[in-house]
Design a protein around this ligand. Structure first.
Ligand code: TYD
Length: 216
C-alpha cells in the first residue's frame, strides 16, 4: 500500500544502554500491524564511512574530535542519499523509516569536545535534506544505563563512561532547547518495563501523527 500513504521518519535517541534498539524493533512491529512498509536503520551506518567511524570509537584508529564529528555528518548524508537504500527516497515512496540515532546524537556527543553550534552547522545540509517527523528521546537514568552496559560488554567504547553519559544526557536537553522552534522532540520516560516504555512511545507517536495530520 506504500505510495498512497505519507512517508514517515521517526528517530529514536538516548544515551548508550537506554534500550533504543529493543524499543525501535517493537515500534517497527506497531507500524507493520497497521499495514505499513517499515525500514528500521541506525547510525553510525554499516557503510564505508560508518565502518571507519566504528574503528575510531573502539580506539583502533586515533582521531581528532572535529574529524569524527564531520565523519558522522558525512555518514548521515550517505545514509540519506545513497542510491541503494537511502532514507530520503524511502520516505518519498511512502515508507515508514525508523532510525536509531540521527543528528541529535551528534549535537549531544560531540558537544563534549567541540562547540555545539559548530556541530549543528556541520549537519545543516542533513537537516535540509530530511527533518524527522519527530525525535523520541528515551530518557533513562545514566546509572542504570551504565550498569546495563557493564553487564553486556567486555570493554566499553569511547563514550561509555558514567560521567560522560551524564554530560551527554544534559547536552541532549541543551540541544532540544536550542532547536525547539525547528524540531519536534518528545522526551519519553524510559525507566520501567520494556512494555511500559513501548506504550509511552506508541502514545507519543499517535499524538504526533494526529498533530501533523499524517495518514497512518
Ligand atoms: P550506538 O547506537 O550506541 O551503537 P551500538 O550499537 O554500538 O550500541 O552508537 C555508537 C556510538 O556512536 C555511541 O556511543 C554514540 C556515538 N555517536 C556519536 O558520537 N555521534 C553521532 O552522530 C552518532 C550517530 C553516534
Amino acid at each position: 500500500m506504500a505510495g498512497d500513504q505519507d512517508g514517515l521518519f521517526f528517530v529514536i535517541e538516548g544515551i548508550d544502554g537506554c534500550g533504543k534498539s529493543t524499543q525501535i524493533k517493537q515500534l517497527g512491529e506497531y507500524f507493520r500491524l497497521k499495514g505499513r512498509q517499515v525500514h528500521v536503520t541506525c547510525e553510525p551506518t554499516d557503510g564505508h564511512v560508518g565502518v571507519l567511524i566504528r574503528k575510531m570509537l573502539s580506539g583502533e584508529v586515533k582521531v581528532d574530535q572535529r574529524t569524527i564529528a564531520t565523519l558522522f555528518a558525512a555518514d548521515r548524508t550517505d545514509h540519506l542519499m545513497n542510491e541503494e537504500n537511502g532514507i530520503r527516497n524511502k520516505v518519498d515512496k511512502g515508507q515508514v523509516v525508523l532510525c536509531d540515532r540521527y543528528y541529535f546524537s551528534s549535537y549531544a556527543y560531540h558537544a563534549q569536545h567541540v562547540d555545539m553550534d559548530w556541530v549543528i552547522r556541520v549537519n545543516s545540509m542533513n537537516a535540509e535534506i530530511l527533518k524527522p517527523d519527530a525525535t523520541l528521546f528515551i530518557d533513562v537514568d545514566p546509572d542504570t544505563c551504565f550498569k546495563r552496559l557493564q553487564r553486556g560488554r567486555a570493554h566499553l567504547e569511547m563514550y561509555e563512561k558514567i560521567d560522560i553519559m551524564n554530560q551527554v544526557r544534559l547536552s541532549y536537553f541543551e540541544a532540544f532547547e536550542r532547536l525547539k522552534d525547528q524540531e519536534t522532540v518528545r522526551v519519553i520516560d524510559g525507566n520501567g518495563e520494556i512494555e511500559q516504555v513501548q506504550k509511552r512511545i506508541r502514545k507519543a507517536v499517535d499524538e504526533i501523527m494526529a498533530l501533523t495530520l499524517k495518514k497512518v
